[in-house]
Design a protein around this ligand. Structure first.
Ligand SMILES: Nc1ncnc2c1ncn2[C@@H]1O[C@H](COP(=O)(O)OP(=O)(O)O)[C@@H](O)[C@H]1O
Ligand SMILES: [Mg+2]
Length: 338
């Protein structure tokens, strides 16, 4: 009989320092819902919790049935819980301005007298730019460190992977830049009549940037503090997606917290005289559940397909009893899903 080896509750208990939790998976599988449930749970445990979305397609306000757009907002009726949908447009605009300034520094440093605008355009027209800007936002929130726990709706899977893959290269590059800046600076000071030290904004930026990358990398790879969870349905594509993600993450040393299987049809609701459609879905589901139990040893929860969408904290509480079952609840609802 397949079974959960370490439940979500047990996982959280076994990681008392857990602070940054992310949810990844294919679109529509329930990432936002599971992030909400997890944040609610942590807040109930007494942790000051931030539920944040860096996703340009927002849904936290919808999930909570409360406007949390643009600023950290206390969730009504839930002590210790804040939610925050980061304003994408503002972030992107700010990043563009930022990049513009930096490109000007670089051009000035290299003594190239070109308008920065063409460079700025090509840097920010890049389709990965928006994603990177949102990722920067996430890192900001993490480094500010104002909450006990952070739950991020939708894992920046590609970016986390990119950041870690690139962090060595970035570091080498920044080190080189810093070195040549320092040399140029010394030379300039030697040649100048006034022996006054000049501040160098580019240098300051590079040093700050390197520090940020190293800090973000340390946090993202610390299995005591960080975990990425993957949500799937008992269906081919969502399973394939999370298998790929999990492999990437293992390669980069990013801690995988486990798998949540969502929207599983409860078998005790299905009878021989149930419609053929339902019986066929359940037969299909059986095959994929077998695959899940065979290929993932880190299933943390199995959540039934509910008869309603999840909206508002009360409805979230209804899902929470499957994700974080109270002790006496563990056997009954789970058994029905096997
Ligand atoms: N177990 C479930 N049973 C029924 N509906 C669900 C369940 N989990 C999530 N939903 C609904 O499915 C939709 C997609 O969920 P969502 O969390 O927004 O997915 P994602 O963030 O991965 O795109 C939402 O309408 C949500 O309310
Ligand atoms: Mg979502």
């Amino acid at each position: 009989m397949p079974e959960i080896k370490e439940s979500f509750t047990e996982f959280v208990t076994a990681h008392p320092k857990m602070k940054f939790m992310f949810f990844g998976g294919k679109g529509g599988v329930g990432k936002t819902t599971m992030a909400g449930v997890t944040a609610l749970h942590l807040a109930r445990e007494g942790k000051r919790t931030m539920l944040a979305s860096t996703n340009p397609v927002h849904s936290l306000s919808g999930l909570l049935d409360q406007n949390v757009y643009g600023a950290p907002t206390q969730v009504t009726g839930v002590p210790n819980l804040w939610a925050y949908e980061i304003d994408t447009k503002e972030t992107i605009e700010r990043s563009k301005q930022d990049i513009k300034t930096k490109i000007r520094w670089f051009l000035k440093f290299a003594e190239i007298s070109t308008q920065a605008d063409a460079f700025v355009e090509s840097a920010t027209m890049n389709p990965a730019f928006e994603e990177s800007a949102m990722f920067e936002n996430m890192v900001d929130l993490m480094l500010k460190n104002e909450y006990d726990a952070y739950v991020f709706d939708t894992a920046p899977t590609a970016n986390a992977r990119r950041l870690l893959g690139m962090s060595k290269v970035y570091s080498l590059w920044v080190n080189k830049m810093v070195k040549s800046r320092a040399e140029a600076q010394t030379l300039r000071e030697l040649l100048s009549f006034t022996k006054k030290k000049q501040t160098d904004p580019l240098m300051e930026y590079l040093v700050g940037f390197r520090e940020r990358i190293l800090k973000a990398r340390d946090l993202l790879t610390d299995a005591e503090q960080t975990a990425f969870f993957f949500v799937t349905l008992p269906e081919a594509l969502p399973i394939a997606v999370i298998k790929r993600f999990i492999n990437w993450f293992h390669d980069f040393g990013i801690p995988v917290g486990g798998v949540i299987v969502n929207m599983v049809i409860q078998k005790d609701q299905v009878r021989p005289d149930s419609p053929e459609f339902v019986r066929n879905r359940v037969a299909m589901q059986d095959g994929y559940m077998q695959e899940i139990w065979r290929d993932f040893d880190n299933v943390r929860a199995v959540v039934p397909l509910l008869d309603n969408e999840v909206r508002g904290t009360e409805s979230l509480q209804g899902v929470a009893r499957y994700v974080f079952p109270a002790k006496q609840e563990i056997s009954s609802p789970m058994d029905a899903l096997r």
